[in-house]
Design a protein around this ligand. Structure first.
Ligand SMILES: Cc1ncc(COP(=O)(O)O)c(C=O)c1O
Length: 317
């Protein structure tokens, strides 16, 4: 598959600390080179290569007002000299700092939509752009789709090389799971390489049933498109929804605490919506499942601007 380069790889893996006799390492996908980094930079390397091949001159995507995916799409498209149009869903109390502020640096055009009208707004927008003479390329919210899955299949391959270099074997890989695309890619990598790594997605929003189903469908799609005949197994997908709290972007005190602890100990900044929730979830999961004496990798998938967006949550009482 064609690929552009928006970041240097491999991203580093750092030893973080010992926890319950396990060795915890962090892979720094928050350090991908584009506009404050994150997992979407890797996905966009494939999506935008496809857009260029299809001679697109305008990139359209969808997200929340504070979407990491929209920030990185705008940055990548702008770098290639392409117009970006963001379709943003109206949320209850939108804020205009964090990622939203960064969109503005890339001269994006924004169209607001009610959550129930997302599909029709996307359809109208693409039609209107076509009528104006543009050749638009649409990327699903969160960089969902086979090219996104492929980006994290390749990341799994990258981890295998890195673990050889540091003479370890990660029996567990934890990360924040949203659309499930990152997780589908990692699982694809594990199955194709015939590894037994436990890939644990800590849900940031979805319930277990829906989360698993979407990952399963992503795997089927990806394998079908690439002629891979391994059958994925729904009940082997580990999608953990116990740490979602009251839903997407619900930030409870334990998340704030863990973000502070990790920052003070290592200088690594987690965010409250994705990686802080996932890191907290990982530690709880390790305790609950009595995981001991393992080498464990946490993939830091980015989200740094969200820290500024939720600064009020960090004010001392
Ligand atoms: C910082 C961060 N981490 C993790 C995720 C989840 O990735 P995926 O949608 O591939 O599950 C996202 C997606 O929005 C994200 O922005």
């Amino acid at each position: 598959m064609d690929k552009l380069s928006f970041t240097e790889t491999p991203t580093p893996i750092h030893f973080f600390n010992k926890f319950y006799s396990n060795h915890i390492y962090i892979k720094r996908d928050d350090c991908t080179d584009l506009a404050l980094g994150g997992n979407k930079a890797r996905k966009l390397e494939y999506f935008l290569a496809d857009a260029i091949e299809k001679k697109a001159n305008c990139i359209v995507t969808y997200g929340a007002p504070q979407s990491n995916h929209c920030r990185l799409t705008a940055a990548a498209a702008s770098k290639l000299g392409l117009k970006t149009l963001l379709i943003l869903s109206k949320t209850a109390n939108p804020t205009f700092d964090g990622n939203y502020f960064l969109y503005k640096l890339f001269d994006v055009e924004i169209i607001w939509t009610d959550v129930e009208k997302v599909s029709e707004t996307i359809e109208h927008t693409l039609k209107n752009l076509g009528e104006k003479g543009y050749n638009p390329y649409f990327i699903q919210g969160g960089g969902h789709g086979n090219l996104g899955t492929h980006a994290y299949k390749k990341t799994f391959d990258e981890i295998l090389e890195q673990q050889k270099d540091i003479q370890t074997n990660f029996e567990y890989i934890f990360h924040a799971s949203g659309t499930g695309t990152t997780q589908a890619g990692l699982i694809a990598g594990k199955l194709i390489n015939d590894f037994s790594t436990n890939i644990v997605g800590i849900s940031v929003a979805r319930n277990n049933k829906r989360g698993k189903e979407v990952i399963y469908e992503s795997l089927i799609d990806y394998f079908d498109e690439n002629g891979i005949t391994i059958p994925p197994k729904l009940n082997e997908i580990i999608f953990e929804d116990s740490y979602v709290g009251k839903g997407y972007a619900h930030i409870y005190p334990e998340i704030v605490e863990i973000i502070k602890k990790v920052a003070k100990k290592s200088g690594i900044l987690l965010d409250p919506v994705y990686t802080g929730k996932a890191f907290y979830g990982m530690l709880e999961y390790i305790k609950k499942h009595e995981i001991m004496n393992k080498d464990i990798l946490f993939i830091h998938t980015g989200g740094t601007p969200l820290l500024f967006n939720y600064a009020d949550k960090f004010e001392e009482e």
